[in-house]
Design a protein around this ligand. Structure first.
Ligand code: AQP
Length: 334
């Protein structure tokens, strides 16, 4: 089986963008691929964070993976900071990567504007840590949203040009990963601004639907979601990004093709459509919320899953790190 690796940061409540753009795709892929899923807590400290929340969020993010349908019997779920090879390979890759490659990273530019004068070196280094995450597991494929495509390209360039080409004449030291960009849900937008992606770090709670939002909150957020004065919900009108976004969400959740939705909602008013999508969201999130509660009531079971995942992941990660260190000329004990 080919291998995939992916992860989400435990930076707060997961939203439907993380679900539809990432976790839901892993659920589809897990049968076909050997799947490694990580809660990337080392990435989560690249922005200001609350140490009292980090561990709790890490655990609940892992619980949400399972609640959303990740099967721990066939996937390895683990916590990034539990495996020190991530930080160690990141350091080595730091020393191999030209700084001007990093200066092109769009996410850094965007996030550093948001963070004002509190920007850490860690935020700048985020894509290299991500490269280490991927390369440690010899991943064949990485399912990512549109927003992460540039980071994956960087990981490929570092592996190819800075490690394989420089330190090995014959066999590749690091496997070159390919992106899997799923057609649906690769970018879910904010509910209050259809030109911005839905994000955990958006200060406006009303911009996103969290996976654990109760029905009354979902109803309120959709009611307040930005709409426009046109009748009919459209998908392909660039002047109506909010309409497109809500139709995309509805289409994925209901399992109806976009073309079918376009026909169905040709003359539907916003009020009626908002009611429908609210009902759909509540219905789709209910089983996730139920399963999440069960898992959180039995922390022993989830800890066991994370321990097993760690063992499997650590083994692989250490093998890769050893290979890299040896090829790069580090001292080895006899
Ligand atoms: N709006 C989105 N639409 C589709 N996919 C999304 N992802 C995130 N937002 C959307 C996908 O979720 C995965 C993990 O994201 P992350 O938590 O590691 O970081 P992020 O991309 O920076 O997500 P957020 O929600 O915007 O978090 P913050 O605000 O903490 O930075 C990735 O596969 C991503 O593509």
């Amino acid at each position: 089986k080919k291998r995939i690796l992916s992860g989400v940061q435990p930076t707060g409540d997961l939203h439907i963008g993380n679900w539809l753009g990432a976790i839901n795709n892993w659920v589809t892929l897990q049968e076909q691929y050997e799947t490694f899923l990580c809660v990337v807590d080392l990435h989560a400290i690249t922005a200001s964070y609350n140490p009292k929340e980090l561990s709790k969020n890490t655990f609940s993010t892992a619980a949400l993976y399972v609640a959303c349908g990740i099967d721990p019997n066939i996937c390895s779920i683990f916590v990034q900071s539990q495996i020190s090879a991530h930080s160690e390979l990141c350091w080595i890759l730091n020393c191999m990567t030209p700084i001007n490659w990093m200066e092109r990273m769009i996410q850094f530019k965007e996030k550093s504007i948001q963070q004002g004068n509190n920007v850490s070196i860690g935020l700048f280094d985020y894509p290299i840590l991500m490269a280490a995450d991927i390369l440690l597991y010899d991943a064949d494929f990485v399912p990512v949203g549109e927003d992460q495509k540039q980071h994956l390209e960087l990981a490929r360039d570092i592996a190819q040009q800075r490690i394989n080409a420089r330190f090995s004449k014959d066999k590749n030291i690091l496997k070159i990963p390919q992106p899997i960009i799923m057609k649906n849900g690769s970018k879910i937008m904010s509910l209050i601004d259809g030109s911005k992606k839905m994000s955990k770090s958006d200060p406006n709670e009303g911009s996103r639907i969290n996976l654990l939002d109760p029905p009354e909150i979902i109803t309120k957020k959709i009611k307040r979601a930005k709409s426009d004065s046109s009748i009919g919900i459209e998908f392909n009108n660039p002047e109506r990004p909010e309409s497109k976004n809500l139709m995309m969400i509805y289409s994925i959740l209901s399992g109806k093709e976009i073309s079918q939705c376009e026909n169905e909602f040709l003359e539907t008013g916003w009020g009626t459509f908002k009611k429908l999508i609210t009902e759909q969201l509540i219905e789709s999130l209910e089983p996730i919320q139920k399963k999440y509660k069960l898992l959180m009531n039995d922390p022993y079971q989830l800890s066991k899953i994370l321990n097993e995942g760690k063992e499997k992941a650590e083994d692989l990660a250490n093998q890769t790190l050893k290979r890299v260190k040896s090829k790069l000329g580090f001292f080895e004990m006899e």
